[in-house]
Design a protein around this ligand. Sequence first.
Ligand code: UTP
Length: 294
Amino acid sequence: MSKRVRTAVFPVAGLGTRFLPATKAMPKEMLTVVDRPLIQYAVDEAREAGIEHFVFVTGRNKGVIEDHFDRQFELETTLEVRGKTAALHELQKDLPSAGRTSFTRQQEPLGLGHAVWCARDIVGDNPFALLLPDMLFKGEPGVLKQMMDAYEETGGNIIAVEEVPHDEVSSYGVIGRGEGPDNSFKLTEMVEKPKKEDAPSNLIISGRYILQPEIFSLLAEQTKGAGGEIQLTDAMQNLMHQQNFTGVKYVGKSFDCGSKIGFLTANVVYALERDDIRPGFIRELSKLDLEEQL
Ligand code: UTP
C-alpha cells in the first residue's frame, strides 16, 4: 500500500511581477477572489483532500501569510463583543489546528523547483502534495481530492492536467498521454513549453501535484532551465526515468489568478455564485452600459 499523503507544500515566494504594483508590498497569494485570499482557497482544497500539515515556502513581504493563518485575538474579541458571531466562526473555521503549519523561507526567488526544494527538511522522506495557490480550481470534489483518489489506486506521482487549445500549448508544460481513463492514466512524457508541432498533446500541467520525496535529491542537482530558473518540470522529467507518473484530467474549471484576466474572471464567477452577492452584483452590472464598454 502507498504511503499516505499528509503534507502539502504551498510555494508563495514568487515576485508576482505580473501584478505590480499590487504585489510590491503584498504577496500575490493574498489577492482576494471576492472576500477570501487565494492562499485560503488552496488551503481549503488541501484540507478537503485530507491534508494535515500545511507547509508554506515564503519569501520577502510574505509575513502577512503567516499572520493570516494565526489567531487575531483583538479582532476576535471585538467581533465577540459586537455579537458578530457568524464572522467569528468563519475566521475560526479557516484556521489550521495548532502545530499543523510550518513556514520556511526561500531567500531568493530562484524558481518553482528551488522553492519546492526549500521544503525538503520539513517534508522529510514522505510523499507530499504541491499546490500553486495562484491557480484557483473549482471542482466537486476539489482537484486535489480527485488526485488523492487516483493516488490510492496507483501510488507514485500524480499530476493534474487540463486541455487547452492546440495553439496555446507553447506557453505551458505539456504531457504525453498513455493508457487509462481520464481520472487515472499513464503519463509517458513531459515537455516544457514545446512548439505546437512538437507537443505530445494539448494536455497541460496545471498547478497541482502529488510527488514522491525522491524529487528533492533531483532538485538539489537541478541546473537552471527555462527563464534562468530552477524548474520543477526538469526534475520531474528526471524522476520519470525511475518512477511512475499518473495523469488526472480533473473534472472542474481552473482560473489562472497569476494573470489579470484569470483573476478578474474568477472574481466575476465566484461573486455570481454567492447568494448574498449575486442580486446586488447583477443590479450594478446592469446599470453599466456594458455594450458601449465592449
Ligand atoms: P509564477 O510562475 O506565477 O511566478 O509562480 P511569480 O514570480 O509568482 O509571478 P510572475 O510571473 O512574476 O507574475 C507560481 C508559484 O510558484 C511560486 C509563486 O509564489 C507562485 O505561487 N514561486 C515561484 C516561488 O515560490 N518561488 C519562485 O522562485 C518562483
